[in-house]
Design a protein around this ligand. Sequence first.
Ligand code: HEM
Length: 229
Amino acid sequence: MAKLLGALNHTNGLESTTARGLCPDTVDSPALNSVQTEFLDSMVDSVWTESAVSVGGMKMDPILILLRIVHVLGGVFWAGAILFVVHFLEPAVRDAGPDGATVMQALRKRRYLEAVPVTAFLTLLSGYGLYWRTFGRLHPGLDASGPELAFGLGGLASLLAFVVGVTLLRPSALRIGALGAELARVPAERKAALQEEVGRLRLRMRKSGRWVAVLLSVAILSMAVGRYL
Ligand code: HEM
């Protein structure tokens, strides 16, 4: 493999590919087509290659590695937390009737509604950092390659998911929590109106949750295949 890497480095100028933290097996693949090579080359012309260091004869880029760790961990956590709640927890809580509210309160106490947006923000930040570092701009242009378009589409879908999440999903969940506490205190004649509002908010939460799940699924698919297009 070292021999092949050396040959690739020599012929394609891919020396810095390992500096980007790319898996050496990717570089090792004999099946690299011209588009993939172009993608790897675009990564080589990184804005931050000066942060590369040499470890045991291999070049590494600690900033790239840090960005990728934050990005992949954050993306997995964000998308996983949303998909689990939308597809499993929320329907289960609905089936449980009044007992379901207790589960939602416990989730709230464990700061689910803070952990998800903070992680989402870090995923976006690191994602746009990686995009800028790889393609030298923050969105695809008319001359964009397949990988740039795919990562750009995934980035846009994630951004929209974040906006829908913080403007519709999270406020609805917070309001439902506040109304739940109020319901226990208000006189009987006020209860019906509050319950109606809770019903409306639950519907909004369900709909916006589904949108966020769809947008995040688009992002996951784009990220999964982006580099091979
Ligand atoms: C929930 C949202 C997201 C998830 C789950 C996610 C996941 C991933 C994963 C797993 C990778 C590694 C793919 C590979 O190595 O082939 C990746 C790479 C990448 N992502 Fe995302 N991502 C998300 C959002 C974003 C956003 C908002 C952007 C901003 C444009 C973005 C830009 C990138 C770029 C440019 C790469 C390539 C980085 C590189 O190869 O160095 N991602 N993403």
